[in-house]
Write a protein of this length. Structure first.
Length: 629
């Protein structure tokens, strides 16, 4: 099972939620839908959705500034008017921007029940700040208040793909900082080249987020601490990994080597700690074919004189790379994997804003690569072909596809636009595709996203800052759009790293001949909650008391009833109790861990693989996979 721990795990692959429009429109005959959500709550709660029947362009006007909110408690209901003041002010937007807010206003009612979701209130408060900053920039541009230098800066690429600092002479006693302007994404890497020196040779690398108002220190998304002389727990060299936030302070340390024998956990299918680290027999394992310099640098001698394998040594050059994976961050040293660190809740990689390096390290260079970057209009020669046709209110569709995406995943969205969004059914308007994207804490990311909104017309902005624990809100937003904004016969959810054969999905749905309720996809009918507290997918009996989950479809969206794919199964099971008839169709050609020939949906596809799959279909109409290096 892939994806992340904390409030989110991912289902294996694609969760295709398909419900008849009439069922979602009014499944029980009432004006609202009661949905139990178990998302880090002590017990499931009712989550009323009051569908707004007014015009989606009729934004709420509330000029009263928000009042200070008391600390959030488990049973507190936050006033939406106070919380979201400023998010729903009516503004003089273009039609393209109005179209990106068709779901926005209808999400306001969900915010009234934010106490059941971790980070929900924080995410909305942060969105209010981010939105107001973005609107200030928008108004200045609209009014021509920007000077020539500011206009030129806006035309430059705000989110560079690559950053580097060679001969880092600025590395002083206080440390060195490299600003990451638009966060990290999967595949991003930070490489540090240096020599441990000084009295102890201890040093640390911290990936930090944006500073919060009123807090002197920013959150630490990854604290990577190398202690060559050991610490209070051990005399042997050790690597300590952790996180820190003002609210929760330091988390639980992860040590490499682990003080607990046999404590082997995996992140992205790699050991949390390479089993050779701290191993007395590592020298024997490495003698065959190993260069002498590499051997010397990989074997440290502790105070007692016994030899232990360790990737760092005082006075020896080290090349360290932190790389962002699906589930966490991997550290390699001199080309060898050493440690893995699973992402923790509310500390996602796209929130990284700075790399900080301090301690006894003679720093030679720092570089960041694979950073998120958007395509400027000057680089897009096929803009007309990529732009989505506008949708009319309550327009009838055969299929609506909602795609989960995060603000700085520019390249993934461009790949989807150039690949399966080019299907004739999408271009002729019988199928519509929209990306559901939350705001970012970083102003530059939001400005790039704003340009994307206006250029392509296929983004639905969400009135909250992106956190994985809020993925269920996106699922609800997709259902709202597919039933309240347009009139879609079927509603589908997928991810921006999934390739969807739209023609085959439609053909499969037509063959199903189901006229009422349908859940179609890779169905899991025998999933059990993880009861071990050591499991990254731990679910307590209070959160879900039963021994099995209702049937649910795997999704390239993240989640599991705390997450979103199992949550959908739970919601549907509740509706069945009220008389909803649901047909479950298990589609084995939905591949949840990559691609196999004959796929209907292939998950975990890179932008290059997306384009390759599309090219193969165009050349021979064969659903064959790509092996892109």
């Amino acid at each position: 099972m892939k994806k992340w721990s904390g409030g989110i795990c991912i289902g294996s692959l694609f969760m295709l939620l398909v419900m008849r429009y009439s069922v979602l429109k009014n499944p029980i005959g009432g004006s609202s839908l009661s949905i139990p959500i178990a998302a880090n709550t002590i017990s499931p709660l009712s989550f009323p959705i009051a569908f707004n029947t007014s015009s989606p362009l009729e934004l709420h006007q509330d000029g009263v500034p928000p009042t200070a909110q008391p600390p959030e408690s488990a049973n507190q209901v936050i006033s939406a008017d106070a919380l979201v003041s400023g998010l729903f002010l009516k503004r003089n937007f273009s039609q393209e921007v109005h179209s990106s807010l068709l779901t926005w206003n209808r999400m306001k009612h969900l915010i009234n029940y934010s106490q059941g979701l971790p980070n929900a209130v924080v995410a909305v408060k942060e969105a209010r700040v981010a939105w107001e900053n973005l609107m200030d920039s928008f108004v200045k541009e609209q009014n021509g208040d920007l000077n020539n230098s500011s206009v030129q800066k806006m035309k430059e690429k705000l989110c560079p793909h690559f950053l580097n600092k060679m001969n880092a002479t600025e590395f002083a006693d206080s440390g060195y900082k490299l600003r990451i302007p638009c966060g990290l994404i999967q595949g991003s890497s930070i490489t540090v080249i240096g020599i441990p020196n000084g009295l102890l040779g201890d040093f640390r690398i911290d990936l930090t987020g944006e500073s919060l108002p009123g807090e002197p220190d920013p959150p630490i998304i990854l604290h990577y601490n190398v202690r060559l002389q050991g610490d209070k727990i051990t005399d042997d060299p050790v690597i300590v990994q952790n996180t820190w936030t003002a609210a929760d302070e330091w988390g639980e340390e992860e040590r490499c080597p682990s003080p607990i024998p046999g404590d082997i956990k995996k992140v992205d299918e790699l050991n949390q700690c390479n089993e050779l680290v701290g191993n007395n027999d590592a020298r024997k394992a490495m003698e065959s074919g190993s260069p002498s310099i590499s051997l010397r640098s990989s074997v440290a001698r502790n105070r007692s004189g016994s030899s232990h394998h360790f990737p760092f040594k005082q006075g020896y050059l080290s090349v360290m790379t932190l790389r962002v994976g699906e589930e966490g961050i991997q550290m390699t040293v001199d080309g060898k994997h050493i440690t893995s660190f699973a992402f923790r809740e509310s500390l996602e990689p796209w929130h990284v804003s700075e790399v900080r390096i301090s301690g006894d390290l003679e720093l030679i260079s720092v570089l960041a690569s694979g950073l998120p970057t958007s395509e400027g209009l000057d680089d897009v020669v096929d803009l007309t072909a990529l732009k989505s046709a506008p949708l009319q209110r309550h327009q009838s569709l055969d299929l609506f596809v909602g795609v989960f995406s995060t603000a700085n995943n520019f390249r993934r969205r461009m790949a989807v636009r150039r690949a399966w969004m080019q299907y004739p059914n999408v271009k002729n308007g019988t199928v519509a595709v929209r990306f559901f994207v939350g705001l970012h804490k970083n102003q530059m990311v939001n400005e790039e996203l704003w340009n994307e909104v206006q250029n392509y017309g296929d983004i639905q902005l969400m009135p909250f800052v992106e956190y994985y624990s809020l993925i269920t809100w996106k699922t609800i937003a997709i259902c709202i759009f597919g039933t309240q904004v347009v009139s879609a016969k079927y509603v589908m959810k997928t991810d921006d790293d999934a390739f969807v054969r739209v023609d085959e999905v439609l053909a499969s749905l037509n063959r199903s001949n189901v006229s009422h309720g349908l859940l179609y996809g890779l169905i899991n009918t025998d999933a059990h909650p993880h009861r071990s507290t050591d499991s990254k997918w731990y679910i307590s009996p209070e959160e879900w008391p039963e021994s099995t989950y209702p049937p649910w479809a795997h999704g390239p969206g993240y989640v599991m009833f705390k997450l979103e794919d199992v949550a959908m199964g739970i919601w549907i099971a509740e509706l069945k109790k009220d008389g909803l008839e649901v047909t479950y169709i298990n589609e084995q050609r939905v591949y949840n861990e990559g691609c196999q020939d004959g796929y209907v949906v292939a998950h975990y596809q890179s932008p290059r693989e997306m384009l390759c799959l599309w090219q193969k279909l165009q050349e021979g109409n064969a659903a064959n996979c790509c092996a892109v290096q």
